[in-house]
Write a new protein. Sequence first.
Length: 436
Amino acid sequence: MSQMHLGLFVLGTGHHVAGWRMPGAEAGAENFPLIQRIARTAERGKFDFVFFADALNAAPGMHPSVLVRLEPLTLLAALAATTTHIGLAATCSTTYTEPYNLARYFASLDHISGGRAAWNVVTGAFAEAAHNFGRMAHPPHEERYAIAAEFVKVVRGLWDSWEDGAIVMDRAGGRFADASKLHVLGHDGPHFAVKGPLNMSRPPQGHPVLIQAGASDTGRDLAAAIAEIVFAVQQDQDSSRAFAEDIRARAARMGRDPRHVKIMPGVSPILGGSVAEARAKLDQLGEFLDPVAALRVLSERLGTDLTPYDLDGPVPELPESTIMRGHAAILTALARREKLTLRQLRNVAAGAMGHRLLLGTPEMVADDLETWFRAGAADGFNIMPPWFPGAFDDFVNEVVPILQKRGLFRQDYAGRTLRDHLGLPRPPHPASLTAT
Ligand SMILES: Cc1cc2nc3c(=O)[nH]c(=O)nc-3n(C[C@H](O)[C@H](O)[C@H](O)COP(=O)(O)O)c2cc1C
């Protein structure tokens, strides 16, 4: 039987806006000892990967997990040294990074970690970042995706600068590298001109694993074209299955094997001895809520500043978001369907930033994940604990063993690289394809 994949989305203060205030919570997106413990727990739970999101701006009133944070590639390099198997995934923006730099960052992480790196390709969900890079404005949505597509092509080309085995280190013959296995990219496109080659040999995984979270039409096309993991935000099983089928169909149309695209919706589990007990924990978090930070999270997701609106009125009709269209569509649909007030929708978004909250006993949570998995609505889940470390410890100690017992999740790692864990092929070097 095929098994589900599990990723841990680490936000240092927890995904719930008020997670850091939960009794027993340890907070800190800059607290490396805590993050190290969290990563070790994830590895003990045999998770496929830990994932760190990123943005390139800060402002008072933001979700505390993103207000101050460590730079994720630096952080993952440190975690690579203190973990042995777990995949190490991070966001890096295609709008505010150069492909040559990024290719080096992730290839380095892949080398350092022995083949465990993954890159979450984002165009940047926060327009304010533009002002930190000498730009007047964040590029429009479609242009950002056009840049991203070309960016990824360049990065992959750079990772293929050297064929596998090109660094021969022939001591007797005095030959360090086989120059015949070096390929100069010579890319000259609308957005980037990158000659190459990369000053690094081919990464252990060939290419680090690519993740994408595109939800708009253009975003889905990019995900289908390049992503090996797709982060999803769907709240109910039917829409998640429809999303997964759509991405798989698009990938197949592009000539890819749809089994090599893993759809992983976000889930924020809150465990208790009963649903009521789990709900009491959520209510407790709700009492700690900072209303400004909570409304800002919703404003970011809907693409409009919501401060002028009546919190106890209906969710207003808003112009189409140019930033996070997927989140905006899902949250708006949820509000309409359940007739939520703006305050109620704010509290939902405060829970897991627009992802699904899953409340119940460990058995109930395992049942739910199994149902989604068996229905083809998910190949796995991106677990988003509302606070750390307790809520995540509970998941690893109480839910993972149930999934393992049911044969739905691995008992141990079978391989060493993230591609091994995910059952993804190692991309062959293009020269090896033309040679045969
Ligand atoms: C699980 C998950 C993690 C994400 N992480 C980031 C991130 O770290 N940085 C970022 O700018 N956007 C992040 N995003 C937002 C996406 O990049 C993208 O803006 C969003 O999914 C909407 O895409 P769309 O414009 O195609 O609708 C994330 C989305 C999801 C679902």
